[in-house]
Design a protein around this ligand. Structure first.
Ligand code: ADP
Length: 517
């Protein structure tokens, strides 16, 4: 079968590969459209690459980047160098940029041809930009994976080694380089990783190699096995996270978590020490205040006896001294009683139960009825149907609100009768119960201080008290996992807010108005 030469020429013209016939010094004798599109003189990037009208290169060098001229010249020389030479190759970038804006990579081959009686070279250039880019990307990824501190190992779908990074080899330093292990079965890596033993404590247990490999294989085929921790021969903690990808490949990551573990260990030690010292302190306060009571009772009763028997029998100064001593003794008794009360909070450790705020406030108002009536005070409380159930110890709640409402009555403004209002609002973490008064108010600078034990803002002459009430209130609230704070306008009044956890009661147990919120 004969094919006409012009058919061959047309086919050559349309080939995607660049084809040129050149003289020994690179002068172009013939070239196709793909070769013309590589030429510096070719139309800009926007033009179709095989544009027939693109001007032909005068020399082959016009198709490659300037720094590739020597390589191309050398290739042609090698191709034409000896009669036996079949072909020569080189890879270089093109003179014009590709669609990405970067030069294209071409693999050139050259072979001798007879061109109308002249010994010439035929050059074929294949665009390999995509391969080159892929290799570059892979190199960059490998470099990135080699620079992370976590050890990484990848297995292919057939459980053979795909990749491990530098950190992996730093840990298993006797593991051969990746190039020697790529494609080897998973067992090879596991067996090598076991000798010499690098891991002291491993939940997958090391003693029997076959059993160990079987366990590891099971994990290899589990989509997302539980992470586990290891303790290494160097005394470091490692966290191992593994995952099977949807295509059935496997990723293993081993991270050094020693620093985190040490901080966690130290933290739990500190918490233990703190709890212990707290417990000792509470015990001390309790024992001290309890045991101080008895001798103090003896001192005060004898002082009172002295006062009764000898009042007016000694001189005036002696009478005054005895009065001071009796006073001081009584005050000390009150302080010790308060301290004892404070240290007793939470000692019973009754578990919190649903408590009706309506019942708590009713009890408080009953306990404070005398104080309320005495001062001509008004105390308003929401109706029982609007009061919630909270999770608490009922006795402690009575104590808490008695202290707060008691203060609202006690710290009254000299020019007006006390008006105290209790209100309830829902909060994200429970119920907020607020007690607002129209008393003397508190300067902002003292908002925190008033909750500290024995801290008072007034002398005993103006307002009686020991400064324990709000410290007890705070201890009760803290024990319930709640919050307490004050807002106030000096001279106008104060609002104390207490947030307590809501009782997780069924809706049926809840007052109607609360359940609907
Ligand atoms: P005490 O009432 O025995 O002094 P508390 O611990 O109950 O002790 O209160 C601490 C201080 O906080 C009080 O001395 C008082 O100065 C201030 N305080 C407490 N409640 C109020 C209030 N409702 N209005 C103004 N001041 C208050």
């Amino acid at each position: 079968m004969r094919v006409r030469p012009n058919v061959f020429q047309a086919m050559m013209e349309d080939l995607p590969q660049a084809v040129m016939v050149t003289t020994a010094d690179g002068m172009v004798l013939w070239c196709n459209a793909a070769a013309r599109s590589l030429c510096e003189k070719a139309r800009p990037d926007t033009a179709p690459p095989a544009e027939a009208s693109a001007p032909a290169p005068r020399t082959a060098f016009e198709t490659v980047a300037a720094d590739a001229h020597d390589a191309l010249r050398d290739m042609i020389a090698r191709a034409l160098g000896t009669p036996e030479t079949a072909s020569a190759h080189c890879r270089c970038t093109s003179a014009v940029t590709g669609p990405t804006g970067r030069p294209r990579w071409l693999d050139w081959s050259a072979a001798p041809v007879d061109w109308e009686g002249v010994r010439a070279a035929r050059l074929i250039g294949v665009d390999v930009t995509a391969d080159v880019d892929a290799n570059r990307d892979e190199r960059l990824l490998r470099e990135a994976l080699d620079s992370i501190p976590d050890a990484l190992v990848l297995f292919d779908t057939d459980d053979t080694v795909l990749f491990y990074n530098k950190a992996y080899r730093d840990f298993f330093w006797y593991m051969p380089p990746l190039e020697d292990m790529r494609g080897r079965p998973f067992e090879d890596v596991v067996r090598r990783s076991m000798a010499p033993p690098r891991v002291v404590a491993d939940p997958l247990a090391h003693s029997d190699p076959d059993a160990y490999i079987a366990k590891r294989r099971r994990r290899l085929h589990t989509p997302s096995p539980e992470p586990f921790e290891l303790f290494t021969a160097e005394g470091r903690w490692h966290l191992v996270r593994e995952r099977r990808t949807p295509e059935g490949r496997f990723i293993g990551i081993r991270s050094d978590i020693t620093d985190r573990k040490r901080v966690e260990e130290r933290l739990s030690e500190l918490v233990k020490e703190l709890a212990e010292s707290n417990r000792e302190l509470e015990q001390f306060a309790y024992v001290a205040s309890h045991d101080l009571q008895e001798p103090l009772r003896m001192v005060t009763s004898y002082l009172q006896l002295l006062q009764r028997r000898y009042a007016g029998k000694l001189d005036d100064t002696a009478d005054e001294f005895i009065r001071h001593a009796v006073d001081g003794g009584a005050r000390m008794q009150r302080l010790i009683q308060d301290l004892l009360d404070y240290s007793r909070i939470g000692r019973g450790k009754r578990p919190p139960a649903p408590v009706s705020m309506a019942a708590v406030l009713q009890q408080v108002l009953r306990n404070l009825s005398v104080a309320t009536a005495d001062g001509g005070a008004t105390v308003t409380v929401p109706g029982p149907e609007s009061l919630p159930l909270v999770l608490a110890d009922q006795g402690e709640l009575v104590r808490l609100f008695q202290n707060i409402i008691g203060n609202a009555l006690k710290y009254r403004h000299p020019e007006r009768p006390p008006v105290v209002a209790v209100s309830v609002t829902p909060e994200a973490d429970g119920w907020c119960i607020s007690v607002a008064d129209n008393g003397i108010g508190i300067e902002e600078a003292h908002y925190d201080r008033i909750f500290m034990i024995f801290q008072r803002l007034h002398g005993r002459e103006s307002y009686a008290g020991t400064g324990i009430g709000l410290a007890i209130a705070k201890k009760i609230v803290d024990r319930h996992g709640g919050r307490i704070w004050v807002e106030s306008q000096a001279g106008e009044g104060s609002s104390f807010h207490v947030v307590l956890p809501a009782a997780a009661a069924g809706e049926d147990d809840m007052p109607v108005t609360m359940a609907r919120r």
